[in-house]
Design a protein around this ligand. Structure first.
Ligand SMILES: CC(C)(COP(=O)(O)OP(=O)(O)OC[C@H]1O[C@@H](n2cnc3c(N)ncnc32)[C@H](O)[C@@H]1OP(=O)(O)O)[C@@H](O)C(=O)NCCC(=O)NCCS
Length: 198
């Protein structure tokens, strides 16, 4: 069985160690999928890992394998009520509009930040041994629900933005199946923006 939950803020010591481990594994296994590198992040101190998780401008979702069954549950754990037992096998994070602004990322021209609260989906990864079991989909659904439930001032709509390599057919299919659509605009060569209004 798999359980989906978000990491508490502040994170527990075990959460920091587990997150470091899954993030480094993702960078090593699929270096082509990310803007950062294994070599850069292996040098992070525990405090750097802690500060990535101990911040309200980012929420990180995890799928942990608890038993051999392939069912996926979100009950309890997503609300921070359950212990985090199990092996962490998949992750995805969402970044708030405030953090995106601080990072000074150039957004697609068609996205109007004065009308839309822009969140970003980053760090999506599923362990190769656990792919095509619906974990990627469930993580994004949990993340979309969290964004929907975030209070924003009434006039603005909410959008989730992500960047994906044009050759990453698996990820593109996953995002499309969840309603993300291509969004024209400047990004790195060979990559595209995709967006979902929530
Ligand atoms: C892309 C990735 C996150 C998908 O995770 P996953 O848990 O295997 O995806 P799911 O099982 O939830 O797939 C849901 C749907 O997405 C589509 N999909 C997922 N992987 C696919 C693939 N390799 N090829 C084609 N379609 C795929 C399918 O429509 C699938 O539904 P189906 O299995 O019923 O056909 C995973 O392959 C991965 O971690 N890849 C390496 C890292 C990466 O590319 N991250 C994204 C960076 S933008």
């Amino acid at each position: 069985m798999y359980r989906i939950f978000s990491i508490d803020i502040p994170p527990k010591e075990d959460d920091i160690a587990n997150y470091r481990s899954i993030r480094l594994k993702s960078l090593k296994t699929n270096p082509e999928a990310y803007g950062s590198t294994y070599e850069r992040e292996i040098a992070f101190t525990t405090d750097q890992w802690r500060s990535r998780l101990d911040a309200h401008d980012r929420k990180t979702f995890i799928a942990a394998q608890t038993t051999g069954s392939t069912s996926i549950t979100e009950t309890g754990s997503i609300r921070g009520e359950e212990p985090r037992e199990g092996i962490w096998v998949a992750t995805a994070s969402v970044i708030t509009p405030e953090m995106l602004r601080k990072a000074e990322i150039e957004l697609p021209a068609s996205v109007d930040e004065t009308k839309t609260a822009v969140y970003a989906l980053v760090g999506m990864w599923v362990d190769p041994n656990h792919r095509r079991k619906g974990l990627g989909r469930k993580l994004i659904e949990a993340l979309v629900t969290a964004v929907r439930e975030t209070k924003e001032d009434g006039v603005r709509s909410k959008l989730i933005l992500l960047e994906v390599h044009d050759e990453n057919e698996g990820a593109r299919s996953l995002y499309k199946s969840l309603g993300f659509t291509e969004c024209p605009g400047n990004t790195e060569p060979g990559q595209s923006w995709m967006t979902l209004f929530v």
